[in-house]
Design a protein. Structure first.
Length: 366
């Protein structure tokens, strides 16, 4: 390796010096580079440091430094009297390519950080580091962070399974604020998440809810309650009599926000036994203006609550269901979800499934 092969910004020179101190007496690995980038503390490096301290704790650098190990059988290279692992050299080469690609003169911390995550996935120390036998996941709506969400869970599991895990697994654990969610995969390429034990909350007045939905109360199936249910993220479940009823729903936002002002649930899911597709068992719509989502195309969390509700009240006259649910037709984004739920010994178990397709991929420049 030639001494003049790489040209770095002054900030990156400081990062490399810090990385050598963190790695001493061993060679510099990509994770040493990443931690040194955080430790350098100016500009983007400082912002990254503050963020990781908030998420992982003030001693995260020491914690991860103690876990740094040289990959077995890696060659060691020398650069300006510094010892570099083979993977670190790959990172430098990748960063150098990015510098040239963007027609820049010096390698900066953005080139390095992006290259670390591309070359050495083991160094991605946030959501892709298993903790408590699972992967930490945080979910954000347009308005705020929420403790759990269904379809983001399946999408996250898909990325971990196909892009991050060293080898495919039959089961993944996702750590949400609402608790751990196991995700499994079947031969039909359906991702299944086992949701938390459901809780059943307050029951709502049919007149108030019909006003919120802008429909006549006769469209609501009064054989079953309008109730708040949660398997991690609470939702108000509203049973309707027909597909015509679901089509007529138009949320009165003023009355909607009045209704949810003092409730745990901020979303409303309506459902009916009539469907667009004869193969499906239920049609649903989910409204969550509170989160900045006027209507959702596919809502795994709410459908899990619905599955628990269906079993709890024996909607299909049985204690076990395996059904297909259609959603999103009214906003021209048709989706299909699979619900399995059963009750035994007074406990309801809920699984929600769906298929995942990767539709976009890109780079994030720090």
């Amino acid at each position: 390796m030639k001494n003049n092969e790489y040209t770095f910004t002054n900030r990156m020179k400081r990062v490399i010096e810090l990385a050598s101190q963190l790695s001493s007496p061993d060679c510099i690995s990509p994770i040493h580079l990443f931690l040194a980038t955080c430790q350098e503390g100016t500009g983007v490096c400082g912002e990254l440091n503050l963020f990781l301290k908030k998420v992982l704790g003030p001693d995260f650098i020491k914690v991860f430094q103690s876990k740094c190990e040289l990959i077995n059988n890696e060659s060691v290279f020398f650069y300006n009297e510094l010892k570099l692992s083979e993977t670190t050299v790959d990172v430098f080469n990748k960063a150098n390519e990015k510098k040239d690609l963007y027609k820049q003169v010096l390698i900066n911390e953005g080139h390095i950080i992006q290259s670390i995550f591309e070359v050495d996935e083991k160094t991605a120390i946030l959501s892709i580091t298993p903790k408590n036998d699972g992967y930490d996941v945080r979910i954000f709506t347009p308005n705020e962070e929420i403790p759990f969400a269904g379809h983001p869970a399946l999408g996250t599991a898909y990325i971990i399974q196909n892009e991050i895990a060293e080898e495919p697994k039959g089961k993944l654990i996702l750590n949400f604020k609402a608790g751990q969610t196991p995700v499994t995969f079947d031969q039909d390429e359906i991702f299944w998440m086992q949701q938390n034990k459901p809780t059943f909350g307050r029951v709502f007045d049919i007149n108030k809810v019909s006003d919120v939905l802008n429909i006549d109360k006769e469209y609501i199936d009064n054989r079953f309650p309008i109730q708040e249910v949660s398997t991690g993220l609470p939702v108000i479940i509203v049973p309707l009599r027909s597909l015509e009823a679901t089509k007529k729903v138009r949320i009165n936002k003023e009355k909607y926000f009045e209704l949810i002002e003092h409730t745990d649930a901020k979303a409303i899911m309506v459902f009916s036994p009539e469907t667009y597709n004869a193969e499906n068992n239920l049609n649903v719509r989910d409204f969550a203006d509170y989160y900045g989502i006027p209507e959702d195309a596919a809502t795994g969390s709410s459908n899990g609550c619905l599955a628990a509700y269906i079993v709890n009240y024996r909607y299909f006259d049985k204690s076990e269901i395996n059904i297909r649910v259609e959603q999103g037709y009214e906003i021209k984004r048709p989706s299909l979800l699979f619900l399995r739920a059963s009750e035994a010994n007074g406990e309801i178990r809920v699984n929600v499934g769906g298929k995942v397709e990767k539709i976009a991929q890109g780079d994030w420049f720090l």
